[in-house]
Design a protein around this ligand. Structure first.
Ligand code: CP
Length: 310
């Protein structure tokens, strides 16, 4: 059954996740054709409402919507009446009056996409809210892993870094657990919360984490903008203790492990430059798959019912 909104991975059934990942496969096949468009959402309108910066999520939603033949409007927050103090409710009611079918929202406040979803008949997709959730990132990560491991059950993913502030860590570990993978967190004690999802191993030492034998090492961006206090001595120290250094990349390559990162990368902090040339780095696959997965999401959601949510 289609839903009106996609707000979080936690609320999705396993069957719904499988459906979205399966649906993304034929959409990705379109990318190799000379005409990369299908008329599935012809006549529908998609509005991008990004209160926070984004490169990948914003541009891939826009490309996804256009490949489905929808009309896309970019709501220019810095030049809108929001800067004159217009509230989120007034903004959404204005957009509702324009009969927008889909609103893609990124906001620094956790839960805001859910609030908007209750105000509008448009389908709302959470494109990242505070440290809460980033459901389409989770879907594209799962899709990318399934391309390498068609049956990923029991595969091990080590998520490294700033777990505390990361909506990606929260959503991606949730989807991976739902798909039967094993997940572990590695980072400074101050950035790896002790509370939170169960059945997730927690490490603060790199060598101990690697002894857990991951198949994939998933580096998170250190989110300086969300750290109101300093959680580790310096970025240099962080790279030494938790980053993929040249020396660690050699060991990762010898073991044939895959590397992932949601972007944007802080080079020299999470990753050394050589990671970008490593054959098992999946960062560009993640970006490409983001379009296919977001096409699947837009195609699946059904605007029109007030108050429904995932
Ligand atoms: N992964 C991700 O959300 O990247 P952007 O901030 O560039 O959208």
């Amino acid at each position: 059954m289609p839903r009106k909104d996609l707000l979080d991975i936690a609320g999705l059934e396993r069957g719904e996740i499988d459906h979205l990942l399966d649906q993304a496969v034929p959409f990705k096949e379109l990318f190799t054709r000379s005409v990369k468009k299908v008329p599935a959402l012809k006549g529908k309108s998609v509005l991008m409402l990004f209160y926070e910066p984004s490169t990948r999520t914003h541009s891939s939603f826009e490309v996804a919507a256009k490949r489905l033949s929808a009309d896309v409007t970019n709501f220019d927050v810095p030049h809108s009446s929001i800067v004159k103090g217009e509230s989120v409710r007034e903004t959404v009611e204005t957009l509702q009056a324009m009969r927008t079918d889909y609103i893609i929202v990124r906001h620094g406040r956790s839960g805001l996409p859910g609030t908007i979803a209750k105000m509008t008949r448009a389908s709302v997709v959470n494109a990242g809210d505070g440290a809460h959730a980033h459901p389409t990132q989770a879907l594209l990560d799962a899709f990318t892993i399934k391309e390498k491991f068609p049956d990923p059950t029991g595969k091990r993913v080590l998520i490294v870094g700033d777990i505390l502030h990361s909506r990606v860590a929260r959503s991606t570990s949730t989807i991976l657990k739902k798909l039967g993978l094993e997940v572990a967190y590695l980072g400074p004690g101050s950035l790896v919360p002790k509370n939170g999802p169960e059945n997730i191993h927690r490490f603060t030492n790199y060598d101990e984490a690697m002894a857990w034998s991951p198949d994939i090492v998933y580096l998170l961006r250190v989110q300086m903008e969300r750290q109101e206090v300093q959680y580790f001595p310096s970025l240099r120290e962080y790279h030494k203790l938790y980053g993929v250094t040249d020396e660690r990349l050699k060991a990762i390559s010898d073991k044939g492990l895959y590397l992932m990162h949601p972007g944007p990368v802080n080079r020299g902090v999470e990753l050394c430059d050589a990671v970008m040339d490593y054959e098992r780095t999946l960062i560009n696959d993640q970006v490409e798959n983001g379009i296919a997965v977001r096409m699947a999401v837009l195609y699946w959601l059904k605007p029109g019912v007030l108050g429904g949510e995932a």
